[in-house]
Design a protein around this ligand. Structure first.
Ligand code: ADP
Ligand code: MG
Length: 186
């Protein structure tokens, strides 16, 4: 894979998220980069996406194109010749969710909320517990009303966990209580 026009989107403790152009395929991609010391989280997210893909889950997760490991120079995030870190970064290369917005009380509606519940059900059905289900990790695409779950770096894979943890606790906290408190400030 050859990436061009890398654009920094967010920084997290694990590394960063960038938008880039995949020169081979001629498409925009989102690359989630993990520092080498966060390889456990990279593996957790990779395992979850692999399992979900295998189970045929799509639409409610980004399409994942591949995985790769390079230095920041290799990702095109620093100019060649600059004194950049030699650290290795592990990347999950996925679909760029064009026009995607983090879900909020401004963009949630009956259509995307139904897709959200259906998607979460499919994810659980594949044996994956997201386990980091906050508003910032759910994106909606306004034109298609697609609801997409991102950030599976805390995901657990098992057929023994209790589904209720994701659904009841996180959903109540994120989707019911937070908008309720936020509405107070509007
Ligand atoms: N495939 C994607 N397309 C567009 N934006 C994305 C995509 N994946 C993540 N993002 C944006 O980057 C942010 C951080 O991504 P996330 O996977 O949650 O990383 P972190 O572990 O740093 O929270 C998301 O909240 C979202 O705004
Ligand atoms: Mg996140």
């Amino acid at each position: 894979m050859h990436f061009q026009d890398c654009l920094f989107i967010t920084a997290g403790t694990h590394g960063c998220v960038v938008k880039a152009r995949d020169a081979d395929e001629g498409r925009s991609v989102c690359i989630k980069l993990f520092r080498q010391r966060w390889i456990e989280s990279f593996n957790q997210e990779k395992t979850a996406y692999e399992l979900l893909k295998l189970a045929g889950v799509e639409d409610c997760i980004p399409d994942v194109y591949g995985y790769d490991c390079r230095t920041l120079v290799g990702w095109g995030l620093v100019e060649e010749g600059e004194d950049a870190s030699d650290d290795l970064y592990y990347g999950i290369v996925m679909e760029w969710l064009e026009g995607g917005e983090q879900v909020s009380i401004d963009n949630i509606n009956l259509d995307n909320a139904c897709k959200f519940i259906k998607g979460l059900n499919e994810i659980h059905g594949a044996g994956v517990l997201h386990d980091d289900l906050y508003l910032r990790n759910i994106m909606v695409l306004p034109r298609s009303n697609r609801a997409v779950f991102v950030d599976f770096s805390c995901a657990q894979v098992s057929d023994k966990f209790t589904w209720e943890f994701d659904i009841i606790i996180r959903t109540i906290l994120s989707l019911v209580l937070r908008p309720f408190f936020m509405a107070d400030r509007l």
